[in-house]
Each structure stands twice: as structure tokens, then as C-alpha cells.
Design a binder for this molecule. Structure first.
Ligand SMILES: NC(=O)N[C@@H](CC(=O)O)C(=O)O
Length: 427
């Protein structure tokens, strides 16, 4: 294994520090370090963060390798500063058995760019009717701890209760896509003034909020862990605050796009802005930013949702919901929240807490002697213009095409080996 000497990295934005990376761990830290034979990485002006951890990534393999593969999604993740991603279960076949989650886990190991932690489906085929083999997935080589039917809501309260009860045995967590399906029949965008103007069927905030309210009560009743995916409304924040004040074991995520973009984007009729849950109002964006700073919303998760051209470049009503996220997430969070969060706050919300929720003990650790060398080096002064064709993802559905964003990942290390160097993937 090559030894790396990182010169002058500002850990969490602090004073310049040298890091010696040997045998997969941080072997030494200090100033003026030298090491014969080590490869030197000049980190002058770069901020070191613990490797980012994404709790919500769609990798599309197996089944839609034309949109993304474990390898291409892993490369996009590494370039975005991630060292671990949790792969959603809505693949084809669905990740609802030990066999499929082990396949995804193994593909992740083979790609070797990030740790891919599979999420298991809650119900067989995401059909919302019958619990999947949660125990078998937990006991498999993939050691699944997060279960989600994301893309669909576990709408049946009895099934949701049983799922929460089941995963309690191994301290698992149910990650809910909160959407009461009866309230979103035919929905195309946020229900509000813009939808009314455009004549589109609305996806009302209450469809999300009513499920979150129900689920925090179920989680309290059962004493189990609930995680709420992609929170998108100010009302949801109010319910989460109430639940946390009561001591209910609930965590929640917000996506970068819900921290920045609003439903006004739909006036372009460009399906790149079609996403589930939909882009909301400026008031919702403000409430989500405040909730992230306050900690009512615990983490940022990308909901990276690659889609093939034919599924996105079509009429709005026929387009699939979802947008790319892995390669732009850190820039968007820096753009929208660095002033209030600081680097430590970003590390908390994009690395430490998601690692804790997912039970990924090798991740989410600040660089320190003896710690696994999973970290990323960011140039906070850089600016870059998003060129969809240059993204590592196999898909092109970024809402930030031709947008200039702040900060760029320069290097990412996974267990002491660079997955990104000089802003380029190493494999
Ligand atoms: N978030 C999205 O807009 N899309 C997700 C699934 C979903 O939540 O609909 C996808 O898998 O594409």
C-alpha cells in the first residue's frame, strides 16, 4: 500500500495540519511531517472533512444499468466527497431478499470507490402488502440495518407497525417515504399557487405531514427507530420538532434540492425539475434550512435519482421523478448553509450523523491518529460550472446544468487509498 503525506490540510477548517496515511489509517498528524517514500499531496488551502455518507442513493443496479450502475454511481459519490452510500431498494428485482442485497454489496466492494451499504425493502416487491425477509437481510453478508420502500410509502399503518417492531430486535431503522398515496393520485408538482396557474395536479403538503405524524406516533408506541426520507415542508418540520421534544426516536433528512429550489421551476415545464416529493415554496425552503441548522432535520441526503434520457426528456406528465445529487450535494450545502453551519456543522450533517444512523462505524470519524483514513479534501475557494456531460453518473438529469457552484472536492480517500486525486477519479 502506498503511504500518503497530506501537507497542510485544514481539518474542519482549522489550522493547516499534515497527515500521514499508512496501512489504511491516519498514522501521524502534526506540522512539518516528513516520510521517506511517501507520496505527497499538497493540501494548501484545502479543508479536510470526514468522508461524506449518503443515506439515500439510487444506484439502479440491478435492472436499470442504462441509468446507473453500482460502479458509475460509486464514482459519482467519490467525486462528491463521499466514502459511503446507502443504496435504495427500488431496483429490479427489488432488494427484498438476502440474495439481492448481497449482490449490491458485492458489486460495491468490487467497484471499490465507496462503501456501498444496501438498504432492504420493507415489503415484498415494494407492494406494501407483505413484509419482506427483514431478518434474512439483516443476517446476510450485507448486514442490512436500514429498510425502506422508498419510491413508495408504507401506507398501511398495521404493516408499518409490524416493520418497526421487527427491526427493533437488531436496532434497525425504517426509512419512510412519507406520502399518503390517496392524497397524491395523479400528482405532478407541489399543490399550491404555481400548480393552479399551470393547471397541474397538486401533491399537497398534508400528504407528507399526515404520514410523518402517524409514523412518529407509531415509533413512540413501539419504541423503535424511524427515519423520515426527504422532508420537504415547513409543516413536517413542526411535527418533527414536536416528536423530538417528546423523546421519540426519529431522525430526518433533507435533500440539497429542497434546500435551494422552489416550485417556480415548474413554470419552465422542464421535467428535470420533476421530483418526489416535489419542489415546494420559498417558505418551505426557508423552514428546511432553519430546521437543518437547528438540528430538527438531522442530515442532508442526496436522493440521487438517475434516470435515462427517455425517462426525463419527454412531456412533464410522463417523466419519471428524480434528479442527480451526488456530485453537487456538498456544493449546494456550502452554498445554502455554510455560513450558519460552519465546517463542523457540515461534517455533522453529511458524515457523522448519517454514519451513526446507518451503523457504519468506520465512517463519520474526524481525521485523528489511528482512525480509518476515510476523508475528503475540499477546495472552498474553487468555483465550477456543472456540465452534465462531464458528470461521472451514467445519467444527465441534474437541475444545475450550466450553473456555477462554489467549492470542489479535490481528493477523497477510502481506507487510505485515494478514490479521487486532483479532482479526478482514480479508477
Ligand atoms: N425521488 C424521486 O423523485 N425518485 C425516486 C423515487 C421516488 O421517491 O419517487 C427514484 O427512484 O427515482
Amino acid at each position: 500500500m502506498t503511504t500518503y503525506l497530506i501537507k497542510g490540510a485544514r481539518i474542519l477548517g482549522g489550522e493547516p495540519t499534515d497527515l500521514l496515511i499508512r496501512d489504511g489509517v491516519v498514522a501521524e498528524m502534526g506540522s512539518g511531517l516528513s516520510a521517506a517514500g511517501a507520496r505527497v499531496v499538497d493540501a494548501d488551502g484545502l479543508v479536510a472533512l470526514p468522508g461524506l455518507v449518503d443515506l439515500h442513493t439510487h444506484l439502479r443496479e440491478p435492472g436499470r444499468e442504462d441509468a446507473e450502475t453500482v460502479e458509475t454511481g460509486s464514482r459519482a459519490a467519490a467525486l462528491g466527497g463521499y466514502t459511503a452510500v446507502c443504496a435504495m431498494a427500488n431496483t429490479s428485482p427489488v432488494a427484498d431478499t438476502a440474495g439481492v442485497v448481497e449482490q449490491v454489496w458485492r458489486l460495491g466492494r468490487e467497484a471499490g470507490l465507496v462503501d456501498v451499504q444496501p438498504i432492504g425493502a420493507v415489503t415484498v416487491g415494494l407492494n406494501g402488502e407483505q413484509l419482506a425477509e427483514l431478518g434474512a437481510m439483516a443476517d446476510s453478508a450485507a448486514r442490512v440495518r436500514i429498510f425502506s420502500d422508498d419510491g413508495f410509502c408504507v401506507a398501511d399503518p398495521r404493516l408499518m407497525r409490524r416493520a418497526l417492531e421487527y427491526v427493533k430486535a437488531f436496532d434497525g431503522v425504517i426509512a419512510q417515504h412519507a406520502e399518503e398515496p390517496r392524497l397524491t393520485v395523479g400528482a405532478q408538482m407541489h399543490e399550491g399557487e404555481v400548480a393552479a396557474r399551470l393547471g397541474m395536479t397538486g401533491w399537497p403538503a398534508v400528504a407528507e405531514e399526515s404520514i410523518i405524524a402517524r409514523d412518529v406516533l407509531l415509533a413512540e408506541h413501539v419504541g423503535a427507530r424511524l427515519h423520515v426520507c426527504h422532508v420537504s415542508t415547513a409543516g413536517s418540520v413542526g411535527i418533527l420538532r414536536w416528536a423530538k421534544e417528546r423523546g421519540i426516536r426519529v431522525t430526518a433528512e433533507v435533500t440539497p434540492h429542497h434546500l435551494l429550489l422552489t416550485d417556480e421551476r415548474a413554470t419552465s415545464y422542464d421535467p428535470v425539475y420533476k421530483v418526489n416529493p416535489p419542489l415546494r415554496t420559498a417558505a418551505d425552503v426557508a423552514a428546511l434550512r432553519a430546521a437543518l441548522v437547528e438540528g430538527v432535520v438531522d442530515i442532508v441526503a442526496t436522493d440521487h435519482a438517475p434516470h435515462a434520457v427517455e425517462d426525463k426528456e419527454c412531456e412533464w406528465a410522463y417523466a419519471r421523478p428524480g434528479m442527480l445529487g451526488l456530485e453537487t450535494a456538498l456544493s449546494i450545502v456550502i452554498d445554502t448553509a455554510l455560513d450558519q453551519l460552519g465546517w463542523d456543522g457540515i461534517a455533522q450533517r453529511m458524515s457523522r450523523t448519517p454514519a451513526r444512523i446507518a451503523g457504519l462505524t468506520e465512517h463519520g470519524l474526524d481525521p485523528a491518529v489511528g482512525v480509518p483514513a476515510n476523508f475528503t479534501l475540499v477546495d472552498p475557494a474553487a468555483r465550477w460550472t456543472v456540465e452534465p456531460a462531464d458528470l461521472a453518473s451514467r445519467s444527465r438529469n441534474t437541475p444545475y446544468a450550466e450553473t456555477t457552484l462554489p467549492a470542489r472536492v479535490v481528493a477523497t480517500f477510502l481506507r487510505g487509498e485515494p478514490t479521487v486525486l486532483d479532482g479526478k477519479a482514480t479508477k
